[in-house]
Write a new protein. Structure first.
Length: 180
């Protein structure tokens, strides 16, 4: 049978297949066992291809699942960002209050220092009054009053509010104490 004599147009593959089929007498004869082995081999290859095809067919579903997961993660990230922004604003409020309190503490410390200095404005420090062993507060006031009367005779005991020893008392000390 000649393909060219047929009225329909054939492509090269059809022509080749027809020529191969016409030449089938030239094919080697296969034993039934070989034919069976070849068939099983072809079936195994077809099975493997079907398995690969089914895996390829599941790819669009997997892509769809990944897209929905990505959308969920994106939504969660946006929500977490909004929460973080809110927490950041909440965190700034105590910081501002803390700064105001620190400024107020600093101002109060300054005021306390000023008031302490103002309270000391009338204090008088006397240095060089000799000390004696086991001296009590009355003896100390008497010594201070004696020194002050040498400076101003009008000073009396009732004008002295308090007599303080400002040096650390060391019984073995030979240098004079300081009084305020």
């Amino acid at each position: 049978m000649d393909i060219r004599s047929n009225n329909k147009k054939c492509n090269k593959e059809e022509i080749q297949a027809t020529k191969d089929f016409e030449n089938c007498e030239k094919w080697p004869a296969l034993s039934p066992q070989t034919s069976m082995d070849k068939s099983e081999e072809l079936l195994e290859k077809l099975s493997q291809r079907n398995s690969k095809m089914s895996r390829l067919e599941s790819i669009p579903d997997q892509i769809s699942n990944l897209a929905s997961t990505l959308k969920t993660v994106s939504t969660d990230m946006e929500q977490l960002y909004k929460e973080m922004k809110g927490l950041r604003e909440e965190n700034n409020s105590p910081r501002v209050k803390n700064q105001l309190l620190e400024n107020k503490i600093s101002s109060l410390e300054f005021d306390i220092n000023y008031l302490e200095q103002y309270g000391r404005r009338q204090n008088l420090e006397i240095q060089g009054i000799p000390m004696s062993d086991n001296e009590n507060n009355a003896e100390t006031e008497s010594k201070v009053l004696t020194v002050l009367k040498k400076i101003d005779e009008n000073i009396s005991q009732h004008k002295m509010i308090l007599t303080l020893l400002t040096d650390w008392v060391n019984p073995k000390q030979t240098r004079p104490r300081h009084y305020c």
